[in-house]
Write a protein that binds this ligand. Structure first.
Ligand code: GLN
Length: 272
């Protein structure tokens, strides 16, 4: 399909409440990489003013991180018809990237350091618990090998090598997976809980991760997968994106892997 005939709507969950650690950079990255290919982009904030029926316009979701207090405020609004609309979109394969605080709300519940348990949407089979204010926060650079199927295979085909994700984490809550695929295997950092070596979760086309950064500019291949999958879902036809010049992102990744003494992972072929 001619890119000029394509239109992508990015649904941004509660932008003023859930955008810690630069996660808005994920929206900018998705928007820019689509527009560089001539695709028209709308950014639709999904917040207290949004009606549930507007969720159906979304082709790709983005949910960022948040402090415990903001998460509690979000869940006062994200319930009933709105919660059902988000569930239905994700269940039927609308892609999305959810970082830290927002995926904690897609699970069964999040128990913050202080206050009541925050009931989640129960869409992803996991729970998150903050072990208390005395516990150390999971802070620092994080590197993981993305292993979730079929995403990992799609990315390996796109990249010509195993997808290595580079990011930054800062969370008190720990997540424990039930019957849901982890997004990846931790190489460096805490990941979901600093115990089981797993990072994030993957369900249908929804990517849940603790990795801020923001995630997508540091791992542009994930942004391309989200754009391609969103358009394929919308237009029900295969979509191929023209390659972009990612020299800068490659250099930034190589520099980060060097700084983290992970140069063995820096063998990145020319195409990314
Ligand atoms: N408030 C949550 C926690 O501490 C999420 C933090 C975040 O989004 N960075 O775990």
């Amino acid at each position: 399909m001619n890119p000029e005939h394509l239109e992508l709507t990015i649904g941004w969950l509660y932008p003023t409440l859930m955008s810690t650690y630069g996660d808005r950079g994920n929206v900018i990255c998705l928007q820019q990489r689509a527009q560089w290919r001539g695709i028209r982009v709308n950014v639709l904030p999904l917040d207290q003013q949004t009606r549930a029926d507007q969720f159906h316009q979304v082709d790709v979701f983005m949910g960022g991180g948040a402090q415990d207090r903001q998460q509690e405020i979000v869940m006062r609004d994200l319930r009933g018809a709105k919660a059902d609309a988000l569930r239905e979109k994700l269940e039927t394969g609308t892609p999305g990237v959810f970082t830290c605080g927002s995926p904690q709300l897609l699970g069964h519940y999040y128990e913050p350091a202080l206050g009541q348990r925050i009931e989640g949407l129960g869409l992803l089979d996991f729970v998150s618990k903050h072990p208390g204010l005395d516990a150390r926060r999971c802070i620092g650079n994080v590197v993981f090998e993305l292993t979730a199927s079929p995403l990992a295979q799609d990315l390996e085909q796109m990249l010509g090598r195993k997808p290595i994700v580079i990011g930054f984490e800062n969370h008190g809550g720990r997540t424990y997976l039930g019957n849901v695929s982890p997004l990846g295997k931790v190489v460096k950092g805490y990941g979901n809980n600093g115990e089981d070596g797993m990072e994030g979760a993957f369900y249908r086309n929804a990517i849940a991760t603790y990795s801020h950064g923001p995630l997508l500019p540091k791992n542009p291949f994930i942004a391309d997968w989200l754009i391609q999958t969103g358009l394929k879902q919308k237009y029900q036809t295969p979509i191929t994106l023209t390659p972009l010049d990612d020299t800068l992102a490659k250099q930034a990744r190589a520099a980060m892997l060097k700084r983290l003494s992970l140069t063995n992972l820096a063998q990145e072929p020319v195409n990314c």
